[in-house]
Design a protein. Structure first.
Lengths: 426, 267
């Protein structure tokens, strides 16, 4: 059969590329297994959002160098910067190195720390056979970062992870950030996704967090992929007993985007808090699943999403609270709100509660609305121009999420991006 | 000296009666009024007679349509101007039901409002702004904490009224329209609010005070009192007219003037 033949040719191509890249056998096997199961897997389901005609799986795995100067020059003490597949900078304070903290690119890690990587890489927070894009991700992985924070180690300053998609070349970015928090470890990551160049490319970016017992992980993510990028952004976490994983995501991509966020509260007493802000403009389409799964007893999940839809764009928020049978004493709260700034905008805010346990507390709120004309009239009656008044109302609308972002620098960056988008998007 | 002239003003609102039908209802039926800075005018009248419509129409609330007549500010017609432009030209409306805006602090909003009336290259400095703010908070017996709260959000009725007057003191318009600023206020709050308005009195400030009750006019003594009934001004006089009204009620005045309007109009 033709498709079988093509499949085996693709497998050979991936195997060859991975071997040229000096990858360990376990990783090559993982790639090939993922490739083999791809055709049988469904695409990730984003309710009320149709992306069937998006080309999200270009079948190339090739190794390319990117020019380091394409990265921003801002340096911090604890930082990894990658442009495309090229690692431009790694800074890790000696004191942290001495405590066993590892910060390196994912392929170096796979070779040098195979046990650590193999144990966590797509085994707990997400598995390659979960959906077709996850298996594509595994098979075609071409960039990434590994952060390992051993038991009891606390990193006070955020670990800065800057990933620049290199659209000066014709190549997809298939990037994996793997962060492992040992028992009682504490740290935060500031992830920044950006694009240089104007070629049309796919970005399939996955960040996974494995948070062992009593660890505390905070992720602030700022996504600013360019208009020529078709993006699949997946962020996943696995939280063991009493682990806490908090997310603040600014979804500011300029191109069509699928966002798939899920935190699995596996251990008893684990907690997650997910805050998501998105702005869409032009004829952009964006579908976002934000999910928290309560599996352990007395787990607590909280989702707060706000989005602003400009011009002819479309934004769909699915908030998914999944409480598994046995997760007694758990709580799941969510709020999804969208503000439409034009009559041609499309929005959908869907709270989805899947509850298979009696002893739980769950609640949801959702709304899709226009800017309140009474509010605008009031502000304008004090002399503010319509644009200024609208911006104030929108800022107020997003304020509930913005003010909850702990990293001040990220918050300010996000506010600046929002102001810029509102300036342009009218 | 600034002037505000209302000439033969007819105003309709569109009422949605059911899903398919809209009817226009005429509320103002030829209002004439001229005021100058330096003067305080009171507009009194029974419920549903068009007092609030008059103030909202002068300010430019889009739901009210001028079908005849004109509004002139310093000789220039403003009926086709959007609300923000009218504000920058010197009009201010203290509203009966101010909107609540989450996420925007009172102080931030006040500063934006003050700056909206100033040229881009001459925005107020933080020091000057805070000095002015402190002074006005003092006059209104308001705490500084009020300025860090979100605009009107969770404010009590009395706090909202005070906050309207705080905006008045900060923005310093030529003409302030005060729409039932006394409703829901206890006597102490009424005194404070009146003190705020009186602090603005002078050659560069005029005010149109809309009220049901004469009580407010004991604290802000008007130069001119107008009585509105049935969408028109039916009588104009000095402060003694309000006192007479307090004694005789609107019915007495109606009968004196031989006007045919229903007075119990609860809309």
């Amino acid at each position: 059969m033709d498709t079988m033949e093509t499949q085996s040719q693709t497998a050979t191509a991936i195997q060859t590329a991975a071997q040229q890249h000096n990858e360990p056998t376990w990783l090559i096997h993982k790639r090939l297994a993922a490739l083999a199961q791809m055709p049988d897997l469904p695409m990730p389901r984003v309710q009320r959002f149709n992306y069937r005609d998006w080309a999200m799986m270009p079948d190339t795995l090739a190794w390319r160098q990117s020019a380091p100067e394409l990265a921003a020059t801002a340096e911090s003490d604890c930082q990894i910067v990658q442009v495309g597949q090229t690692t431009v900078r790694v800074n890790l304070p000696e004191s942290l190195q001495e405590q066993g903290v590892i910060l390196t690119d994912i392929f170096t890690a796979a070779r040098e720390y195979p046990d650590l990587v193999q144990a966590a890489f797509m085994t707990k927070a997400i598995q390659a056979n979960e959906n077709r894009l996850a298996s594509y991700h595994t098979a075609y992985l071409n960039a990434g970062v590994f952060l390992y924070v051993p038991d009891n180690v606390v990193i006070t300053d955020p670990v800065d992870v800057q990933l620049v998609q290199d659209n000066t070349q014709d190549q997809p970015l298939v990037s994996h950030v793997l962060a492992v928090a040992g028992r009682n470890a504490e740290f935060s990551i500031n992830q920044h996704l950006t694009t240089v160049g104007d070629q049309t490319n796919l970005a399939n970016c996955l960040l996974e967090v494995v948070a062992h017992a009593n660890s505390h992980v905070t992720i602030a993510a700022l996504d600013e992929l360019g208009p020529q990028t078709l993006a699949y952004v997946e962020r996943r976490a696995y939280a063991d007993d009493n682990a806490v994983v908090n997310w603040a995501v600014g979804f500011m991509n300029e191109g069509d985007t699928i966002g798939n966020f899920d935190t699995e509260l596996n251990g008893n007493g684990a907690q997650a808090d997910a805050k998501v802000i998105a702005i869409t403009d032009h004829d952009q389409r964006m579908g976002v699943n934000t999910k928290i799964t309560n599996r352990g007893k007395h787990t607590n999940g909280n989702i707060l999403q706000r989005g602003v839809i400009l011009e002819q764009s479309e934004l769909v928020y699915n908030g998914i609270g999944d409480i598994i049978h046995g997760a007694a004493g758990s709580e799941a709260e969510q709020e999804n709100r969208l503000l439409m700034m034009s009559s041609e905008a499309h929005g959908n805010a869907n709270p989805i509660l899947l509850i298979d346990e009696n002893d739980v507390m769950a609640g949801h709120a959702a709304s899709v609305g226009q800017v309140d004309e009474q509010q605008l009239y009031y502000l304008m009656s004090r002399g503010l121009e319509r644009e200024t008044a609208e911006r104030l109302v929108i800022r107020g609308f997003l304020g509930a999420v913005l003010s909850a972002i702990p990293a001040k620098a990220v918050r300010q960056q996000l506010i600046a991006i929002i102001e810029r988008k509102l300036e342009n998007g009218r | 000296m600034a002037t505000l002239e209302i000439k033969d003003l007819h105003v309709e609102v569109t009422e949605v009666t059911d899903e398919e039908n809209q009817t226009a209802k005429e509320i103002l039926k030829g209002v004439n009024l001229t005021m100058k800075t330096g003067e305080i005018h009171a507009i009194m009248g029974p419920n549903g007679t068009g007092k609030s419509t008059l103030s909202q129409t002068i300010m430019g609330q889009p739901a009210y349509h001028v079908t005849q007549g004109d509004i002139l500010l310093n000789g220039e017609s403003i009926v086709d101007m959007p609300v923000d432009e009218r504000a920058r030209k010197g009009l201010f409306l203290a509203m009966q039901y101010p909107a609540e805006i989450q996420g925007v602090t009172n102080a931030e909003f006040l500063r934006a409002a003050v700056n909206a009336r100033r040229p881009k290259d001459d925005q107020i400095s933080v020091m000057d702004f805070l000095k002015e703010l402190d002074k006005n908070l003092d006059i209104l017996d308001m705490s500084e904490a009020m300025t860090e709260r979100y605009l009107n959000e969770g404010f009590s009725g009395g706090e909202k009224k005070r906050n309207e007057i705080l905006q008045l003191l900060m923005i310093k318009p030529s003409f302030a329209l005060l729409d039932e600023i006394d409703s829901g206020l206890d006597i102490d709050a009424l005194k404070v609010v009146s003190k705020g308005v009186n602090a603005m009195r002078g050659d560069n400030f005029g005010s149109m005070i809309i009220t049901h009750y004469q009580r407010l006019l004991n604290y802000i003594v008007p130069d001119v009192v107008h009585i509105m009934m049935g969408g028109r001004i039916v009588k104009t006089g000095d402060a003694s007219l309000a006192e007479r009204l307090e004694k005789e009620g609107y019915a007495g005045l109606r009968d004196d003037l031989n006007i045919d309007v229903a007075l119990v109009d609860e809309d």
